[in-house]
Design a protein around this ligand. Sequence first.
Ligand SMILES: [Zn+2]
Length: 291
Amino acid sequence: MKKIFWLLVLLALLVGGCTDNNTEQDKLQVTASFYPMAEFARAIGGERAQVTMLVPDGAEPHDWEPSPRDLTKIGRSQLFVYNGLVEPWAEQALQAVAERKVLAVQAGRGLYENGGKQDPHVWISPKKAMIEVERITDAFCEADAANAAYYQENSRKYLAQLQELDRQMQEIAAAAQKRVFITSHAAFGHLAADYGLRQLAVSGLSPQAEPTPADLQRLAGIVKREQVDYIFFETLSDPRIAKVLAKETGVQTAVLDPLEGLSEEGRKENLDYIKIMQRNIDNLKLALAVQ
Ligand SMILES: [Zn+2]
């Protein structure tokens, strides 16, 4: 009798263990290309989705490429979330795993056009981030219809936080005494365009596009003319050029984070999209002399 009792306990433990594993596997399996896409997917998926981020913390997404292992991750997931343009590899990756029938959502599609250029940095504007979140939510509901109400509820809460950021940006648009801000790479064009501001960047649309001495001279001229008080640098790429420019023109520096990835410190401090955007907005208020 005692033996049977212990056998039953053992069985219960085994079954329990299996159930736990099943719960992990029962979750909607999602891969997201880089940080903001993973963050939006986690906010929507909550406890019912397992979100794997491909571009690791501390890496620059503009020059990242997937390994065969990353392709396997995409192939094993039910949903793949990407922004578009930041991930020129995405289409090929999806073709490579075509037989797995992974549902893909290109959250930024059709939103890139800005001043005649195709600018991928749409997630940085709360207005466009809201559109991305809505599209990712629709994809979650399509991939896992049984949990649609849960995803929609999570999405609604997250959108409310984005709406608050949008409200603060509109406040800046209405009350800023300055309109121009200078950044290290041109990641804030959509943020500027959506709220009536002007971004001038030390380097181009990717952090690797180095400025020429003539570019720097032109920017130094603008700093004086527009009475710019702050030059922004960012967390993942080299701040050297922005700092040199600030020193030469005698203005201050502050962080404006393009949210292309979390730094190690950011991860330790438990920062997320909403908190970092709040810090960006606070720094913009300083730089643009919002009273
Ligand atoms: Zn960028």
